[in-house]
Design a protein around this ligand. Structure first.
Ligand SMILES: [Zn+2]
Length: 487
């Protein structure tokens, strides 16, 4: 639906946009800027093309509507219902309709199935069940145990893009102080009913609409037992060669008030790794030679999230954290990273450890336990909006350019780039992005038309980092692809 209505409305704006770009760049070519920069020892005049464009031509009102439809009261209802099952420990009862992981599993399956009914048959909900044997990699699984991921797949509407897949998840299992205590109360309101509530609400809002690419909304099992459910899903995806271009895990996104007393309802952390978890020896050697430790696909995804959050959820600050996860902690993005799928973790900024992995009790007037009274449902809804803006932006944009190479045949002060041409029908062309090697984010961009090669004259690849992104006719941009050296 987005496509039909949006293409029509955007055509005039798109034309104006490219015309404006033509003017902008015909008067200030890249090499002129570089000469000026060289003379002064550094580039002093940032063209800020990206910033200037962000506010206008690439704003999609349909994405803004998706964001606005996320409802805090739905988030609250999901969290309170999941808490009502008493415990969702992986080793708890699977056949009790009122208490335990089985009751939570069946309720979630029903809720995702209700959402799928509004999708006109495009969303399929499955229980991905498997038996986890006793395995030294997962010491918290004490006996062979059935685990079930709830997987809701919204099929992409553009045939050339339908195999491209984005995954968003929260984990529905919980724990008290002991990860293998199946009896204690383990409300898990923040960790991680909040993430599951976001996943379900995103499914509800997005299932009514068409996106180019496929989106999978998940409630994952077994996180607290050692990322068992996400490991199974990611391994199956790898074996089936599923083209997962990005994965978001939402884990502990429920509170705006930290154990340090700091309240910040407007910030969400986005954790992304720098060096890929699946880097090969050869890739490591290249990286040591010419850099790239700050340019994994996951880090490009994080930068994409920052840009689109500024565009569509301006009251939220996506705080990029340049590490895979917090000290001593992990999450469901890690099995994806280990298999080469770009992934990030969303997490609240100030955690309160009295309300994580604690038996519910009061000691010295301190209430321990992960209870719903310590969750800020409005905050969780805002984090869900950040997810909505970014999932929609990804699934409407072209795929990030593939096989991007920086040509190293000769020593030259120019930079030559080439990549595999994109074949999606709504492609408009590509943007080259660049930055100083010390800059944390991309600072400059230039639209170069629909060509799969580009030479930045007078700009040495030794002095900047370059990247390439694809852009469609409505102005939706892909994440940036970082080039590898090629001959
Ligand atoms: Zn968690």
């Amino acid at each position: 639906m987005i496509h039909q209505s949006f293409t029509f409305r955007a055509s005039a704006a798109t034309f104006a946009f490219f015309f404006a770009l033509l003017i902008a760049f015909s008067t200030s070519p890249m090499n002129a800027q570089t000469r000026r920069g060289t003379r002064q020892g550094r580039i002093t005049r940032r063209t800020s093309v990206t910033t200037a464009r962000n506010g206008r031509v690439s704003f999609d009102p349909e994405i803004a509507r998706i964001v606005s439809e996320v409802e805090p009261r739905n988030i609250e209802r999901t969290i309170r219902t999941l808490v009502s099952f008493g415990t969702r420990n992986t080793l708890s009862a699977q056949d009790d309709p009122k208490r335990g992981i089985g009751a939570a599993r069946d309720w979630l399956y029903d809720e995702f199935s209700k959402v799928a009914r509004d999708s006109g048959g495009r969303m399929i909900v499955e229980k991905q069940m498997f038996e986890q044997p006793v395995d030294k990699r997962f010491p918290r699984i004490l006996k062979p145990t059935i685990l079930t991921n709830i997987v809701a797949t919204l099929k992409g509407a553009q045939p050339a893009s339908v195999n491209r897949t984005y995954v968003v998840s929260g984990h529905y299992d919980s724990m008290c102080t002991s990860p293998t205590d199946a009896i204690c109360d383990a409300p898990g309101a923040n960790d991680d009913a909040s993430g599951v509530a976001a996943s379900l609400e995103l499914a509800r809002v997005m299932s009514k609409r068409n996106f180019d690419a496929t989106i999978i909304f998940m409630a994952v099992a077994g996180e607290e037992q050692g990322l068992v459910g996400s490991t199974y899903f990611a391994e199956q995806a790898k074996q089936k060669n599923t083209d997962i271009e990005a994965m978001f895990t939402n884990d502990i996104i429920g509170s705006s008030l930290g154990g340090n007393g700091v309240r910040d309802p407007n910030t969400i952390r986005v954790f992304s790794e720098g060096v890929p978890s699946n880097e090969t020896t050869e890739e490591g050697n290249t990286r040591r030679g010419v850099g790239g430790e700050n340019d994994s696909a996951s880090r490009q995804l994080a930068r994409f999230i920052k840009e689109n959050t500024e565009r569509y959820v301006p009251n939220m600050n996506a705080l990029l954290v340049y590490r895979r996860d917090r000290y001593l902690r992990g999450g469901d993005h890690i099995p994806f990273l280990e298999r080469g799928f770009p992934a990030v973790r969303f997490c609240e900024i100030n955690e309160n450890y009295h309300h994580q992995h604690q038996n519910v009790r009061t000691e010295n007037n301190i209430v321990y336990g992960d209870l719903p009274e310590f969750v800020d449902f409005n905050y969780t809804a805002k984090v869900a909006r950040v997810n909505a803006a970014n999932l929609a932006s990804l699934a409407l944009a072209p795929v990030a350019p593939k096989s991007v190479g920086i040509i190293t045949k000769n020593l030259t002060n120019d930079t030559e780039l080439r990549w595999t041409p994109n074949t999606e029908p709504d492609l408009a062309g590509y943007e080259i992005v660049w930055r100083d090697t010390t800059s944390p984010v991309w600072t400059n961009s230039r639209f170069i038309g629909n060509n799969a090669t580009f030479t930045a004259r007078g700009m040495s690849k030794d002095n900047y980092f370059f990247g390439v992104r694809a852009i469609d006719r409505q102005g939706h941009r892909s994440p940036v692809s970082f080039p590898r050296p090629v001959r």
